[in-house]
Design a protein around this ligand. Sequence first.
Ligand code: FES
Ligand SMILES: [Fe+2]
Length: 392
Amino acid sequence: MQKATNNLNESLDDVLRATNEARGLLNDSYTTDEYFRCDRDAVIGKTWAGIAFGSELPAPGFAKPVNFMGLPLLVIRNLQGEIKVFHNVCSHRGMLLMEDEKPVRTVIRCRYHSWSYDLDGALKATPHIGGVDVHDCEGFSRDNHGLKSIASAVWMDIVFVNLCGTAEPFADFIEPLATRWEALTGDNGLDQVASAESGSHMELPVEANWKLPVENFCEAYHLPWVHPELNRISPLTQHYNIVGGENVSGQGSYNYTPTPVAEETLPKFTEWPEDKITHAEYLALYPNVLLGIQADHTFAILLLPREAGKTVEKLQINYVGMGATEDRFKSCRDATLANWKEVFVEDVFAVEALQDGRQSPGFDGGVFTPLMDAPTHNFHKWVARGYLAEHS
Ligand code: FES
Ligand SMILES: [Fe+2]
């Protein structure tokens, strides 16, 4: 790590320069196992990262193992319907607790010696711990050996975790973006999508470091060449850059038009301003959540890094209000998913070729164009500051 760190530290000042003078992160940051772990522990782990959707835990009493960057985690919806996240490991001898997602009515039982935990992580049973048929043991309190919990929060049906446990409160983290979008949806408008069931879903594996889909999402510059059809409907000229704070950047469009299907259109946010009905925003919420908002739906993509050069993109489209999930809107929902699927699949070759380019000694971070790449540069600066905080 030391050699790679020195290598990168030398370039961090360059990343933090003004956009027209800066260069980007070096290749090692995208290609090496050392930086993958550094990204996890020093960058992603220090803030709030998206790991799952609430819809993946369909009912109270449901548990889902999630491997996040090599860390086995367990997301549980408890009997009260609240979502909690734990390390997916038994407190006794460290066996992986759950391998497959499933409904859990009462307890989660370890397969090794049958220690059992309730859905709030409390250790409830320790069979034969004090000898045959003796289930308690002097000097051992079950209260001290529950599952190890991880700070978590749910917003727009995204389950966020803070791995290190010392990040700012989630409410502070999300406040700038939530406020920005409540200006479009009205107060509590985003709750309308959070409660809508059966959104549309898609998973897309990409052979690229997790940072490249973030960077690609931050810019509209590639639209005419990578998304010719989208560019016809919502052209580059109708887009504008957004740098919405230290950990939010992306683009907006003035030209979003919902496509009616069989004369049906999806329900819209009731308080969305009429003069902005065609506005849409596409923002990366660092580190790993890509978000879109339009008058009739939102979407979120969670970037789940698997290896330095492999990421899974998990998409959920949310519609507005429970009514939007009725059968009569199914063709609209299907069309919305199909449209986005086309766009996101078009991006795959781009991020994968960006990853391939990072094998080249002829590339040392590149340059940012001062206008078109400003949101991407904002992300680079955020990552660079994370590296600096870790290694200075
Ligand atoms: S390792 Fe889980 S009960 Fe022993
Ligand atoms: Fe794109």
